[in-house]
Design a protein around this ligand. Structure first.
Ligand code: FAD
Ligand code: GLN
Length: 534
């Protein structure tokens, strides 16, 4: 048996031991043939773990009565999961619709903000605007709920090589396509690293073999010349073409030569590249067909509309020892509901203001969640000029303007009309826009967007709707920054008497529906365990 065969056999034995077979094993064997050390193969093994289904079921049934405060994703999931186990749940939701931050705006929708500004959306039929969540990563439990609830999904384009980057503060006068920016940054970085490597600058870190492998990687990664060409980056067709190749002898027209290295770094385009490396933002991403609110709609249907009281603002929570009393205001009248348990799924900073007898420590803990502002604007256009004129089909343009991001729609390709998200910003930029009237917001977003897209950004506009989450009644912020590990945070992971807490703010996936789903699962598991033990 040759040494090579011996090592293949022992590696296969190792693969069997960790449960890898078939394609994955073959792939690792190929890696072995490529000269990767067994330790390198071992380190990639966990990536081949079979994907887990994340369905959830409580074991055992109960008819206990539970009042759920808030009809966002966490509140709806609480009632849905407890309902599957027989519980008698009632949701009290202050707004006129369920979903909370999961909000999709369509033509005819009316929203009044905390400043009394009324917006009536006049989007065309079939055009929708996800004012809150817009994307879902494949691993998120949100995907499992879409499957379980029968909500169809489609790809959400989170990155697009043909979308733009525009850094005005770096002196850019024109936007640059992602593909061009990446080719130049990767090219120059590869050139520098290759030169340093070849000149021996990294010899204390690299073996001779490492050095050769690194140089070979950099040559392909950056499309740079070899040693004979001093590893120089001089451009590549990855930058794109001003005229793409055609028939016969038409080789196309390359998009010029790269700007000098110093100009590329000065433009700071590379700051956006790591976004797509994020475990939560990497493609493929998904969205429900027809709008993100298909999720709360499906949850509400499964829970039963008769169990959901809308326009019902919770005004007090009292733990009576053997039951919980919740007071709420609905249609100008004050009512009370009594239940065995309560799950409070309101934003923490708002729950902190609801009078209760759960203790000052609970109030202090609830009030200790710093809140982030965020806003978005939906711009409906009479033509899909970004597709026809600029060849952008979905994805995101990144800017250093106060609008931050521009999103192109991942639905309705080649349709007549379409909706662009003209800003999606957070923090100070969001507050700048939320302080304006809807008309001023639209004007500001348009005057910024024309710098990237030209006149059609204004002339093709039909209508707009903007949402400021810090000015949204019953939400008052986009998401929070929990102080993980503090006594206050940990206190809220426990029930306060008969009251449990849930929401994305009690998870490590804040600002994601996944966080709301898993926090609700955690609360119902604890409640159910107590009931079953009782
Ligand atoms: C701009 C933005 C972008 C986002 N992007 C994504 C994304 O791409 N993907 C993703 O998965 N997630 C995203 N999220 C996060 C996602 O929306 C949240 O994590 C999730 O919806 C939170 O659900 P929740 O039930 O915890 O809270 P909420 O949705 O805040 O629900 C709380 C509910 O309580 C109600 N309420 C408040 N006060 C009272 C009262 N006194 N009485 C009765 N009811 C009351 C509210 O009306 C609301 O319905 C985004 C959020 C925002 C704002
Ligand atoms: N900035 C973030 O934390 C992301 C917010 C939100 N989940 C989004 O994807 O837009």
């Amino acid at each position: 048996m040759s040494d090579q065969t011996q090592s293949m056999v022992s590696r296969r034995g190792f693969l069997r031991a960790v449960g890898v077979s078939g394609g994955a094993g073959a792939m690792l064997a190929t890696m072995g043939a490529m000269g990767l050390a067994p330790s390198a193969a071992a380190s990639v093994t966990p990536a081949f773990r079979a994907p887990e289904r994340s369905d959830f079921t409580l074991t055992g049934r109960s008819g206990a009565k539970v009042v759920v405060l808030g009809g966002g994703i966490a509140g709806l999931t609480t009632a849905y999961e407890l309902g599957k186990a027989g519980y008698d749940c009632t949701i009290l939701e202050a707004r006129h619709r369920v979903g909370g931050r999961n909000l999709t705006i369509r033509g005819g929708d009316v929203e009044t903000d905390l400043d009394g500004r009324i917006q009536r959306a006049s989007f065309s039929d079939g055009v929708y605007f996800n004012a809150g969540p817009g994307r879902i990563a494949q691993w998120m439990v949100t995907m499992d709920y879409c499957r379980e609830l029968g909500v169809p999904i489609e790809v959400f384009t989170n990155q697009n090589a043909d979308a733009w980057i525009y850094n005005e503060s770096a002196g850019m006068t024109e936007p640059v396509r992602y593909r061009t920016a990446k080719a130049d940054v990767y090219g120059y970085v590869s050139e520098l690293l290759a030169k340093a490597t070849d000149q021996g600058a990294l010899d204390s870190r690299l073996t001779t073999e490492d050095r050769d492998r690194l140089l070979s990687f950099l040559q392909s990664f950056g499309a740079i010349g070899g040693r004979a060409g001093d590893w120089a980056y001089t451009g590549t067709n990855r930058r794109g073409f001003s005229g793409y190749p055609g028939a016969g002898n038409d080789v196309g027209s390359l998009l010029g030569t790269p700007p000098p290295l110093s100009d590329v770094f000065a433009s700071n385009v590379g700051r956006y590249f790591s976004f797509e490396f994020g475990y939560d933002q990497a493609m493929l991403m998904f969205q429900p067909v027809g709008g993100m609110d298909q999720i709360p709609r499906a949850l509400a249907k499964a829970v039963g509309q008769h169990r959901i009281r809308l326009n019902a603002e919770v005004t007090a929570v009292t733990d009576r020892g053997s039951r919980v009393e919740v007071t709420y205001r609905q249609g100008g009248r004050q009512s009370q509901i009594t239940a065995d348990y309560c799950v409070a799924a309101l934003p923490p900073h708002l729950m902190a203001r609801v009078p209760h007898n759960l203790g000052a420590g609970v109030t202090a803990a609830l009030a200790d969640f710093p809140v982030t502002a965020s806003g978005k604007i939906g711009l409906e256009y009479r033509s899909r000029w970004w597709e026809t004129d600029q060849r952008i089909y979905g994805g995101i343009t990144e800017t250093d303007l106060d609008l931050s991001h521009i999103w192109y729609p991942s639905y309705g390709f080649h349709g007549k009309r379409g909706l662009v998200v003209g800003y999606y910003n957070t923090g100070a930029n969001a507050r700048t826009y939320s302080g304006l009237t809807p008309e001023q917001r639209s004007e500001r977003a348009i005057s910024q967007g024309v710098k990237i897209h030209g006149d059609k950004y204004r002339s093709e506009l039909v209508t707009s709707y903007s949402h400021a989450w810090d000015r949204t009644r019953y939400i008052e912020g986009a998401w929070t920054s929990p102080r993980y590990g503090t006594p206050g945070y940990n206190l809220l992971l426990q029930p306060a008497g008969r009251v449990y807490f849930a929401g994305d703010w009690l998870s490590h996936e804040v600002a994601w529906q996944h966080g709301a789903f898993v926090a609700a699962r955690s609360a119902v598991s604890a409640l159910h365990q107590r009931v079953m033990a009782g």
